[in-house]
Design a protein around this ligand. Structure first.
Ligand code: BEZ
Length: 236
């Protein structure tokens, strides 16, 4: 089907009206796909785990090569947090398999997570991993470029955090791990995290908890303002 941006279609065969709106807290849309680890049903793949789904514009491109190598080297960090990784790039499996060799050579890595072969951008459109400019900046088949998206999904399959980067800007793996740490600590302890928070720093008592209740729940509560209360981040 032809691509159009003027008649209600969002790129390749995807009417704007049928584009799912992926909001924080919504269930991550399911899909079936071919990956470097075989065919998957996404919901079955992530079942019971945290997951990070992250996309790349294309195989054999420089920024993407550095990103995949960096994520591959953090396998133990993601595993420690119970997070399954899955990448996506808009090429086929033969291309992915060859590209992984380059990635591992350049980054001295051993890439072990699956990469979705999304040559027809089916998953990219399902997750709206395409920018406005790229809807008009299409390839020879009439399909738009995939941007760098990150979806962090919790064990209930809810989308908890998204990051969208243009093709020209590589991501920051430390920030991805930091936000996972914040989400997991928040879920476990009912706290929120301030600007530039790092593991071990003080955390914030959310406005829904009174200072009195906070003092019973946490050992130390520092009240800076009636609505800004900190407690130690070393809560077990
Ligand atoms: C890159 O990975 O370097 C890249 C990919 C697509 C467009 C621009 C840059």
């Amino acid at each position: 089907m032809a691509t159009s941006t003027t008649n209600g279609f969002r790129g390749y065969a995807t009417p704007a009206s049928s584009q799912p709106s992926i909001r924080l807290g919504s269930i991550a849309p399911n899909f079936q796909a071919r990956t470097t680890h075989g065919d998957i049903d996404f919901h079955k793949y992530i079942e019971g785990s945290w997951a990070i789904l992250f996309s790349h514009p294309a195989d054999f491109t420089p920024v993407c090569t550095t990103e995949l190598g960096a994520f591959a080297k953090l396998k133990d960090e993601f595993e420690k947090r119970g997070v399954k990784m899955i990448g996506l790039s808009a090429n086929d499996l033969t291309s992915h398999d060859k590209w992984i060799k380059d990635i591992n050579q350049v980054s001295q890595s051993d890439l072990q997570f699956p990469i979705i072969a999304d040559a027809d951008r089916k998953v990219a459109f399902l997750y709206d991993m395409v920018d406005q400019q790229d809807l008009t900046n299409i390839d020879e088949k009439g399909i738009a470029f995939t941007i760098r998206a990150v979806f962090i999904i919790d064990p209930a399959k809810k989308v908890r955090l998204t990051m969208l980067y243009p093709a020209s800007v590589g991501r920051n793996t430390s920030e991805v791990l930091r936000v996972i740490d914040s989400l997991q600590l928040g879920d476990k302890k009912g706290v929120t995290t301030p600007i530039d928070w790092q593991v071990g720093d003080d955390v914030i008592v959310p406005p829904t908890v009174s200072t009195e209740a906070a003092k019973q729940k946490f050992t130390d509560v520092k009240e800076v303002l009636p609505y800004l209360r900190y407690t130690s981040g070393n809560i077990k």
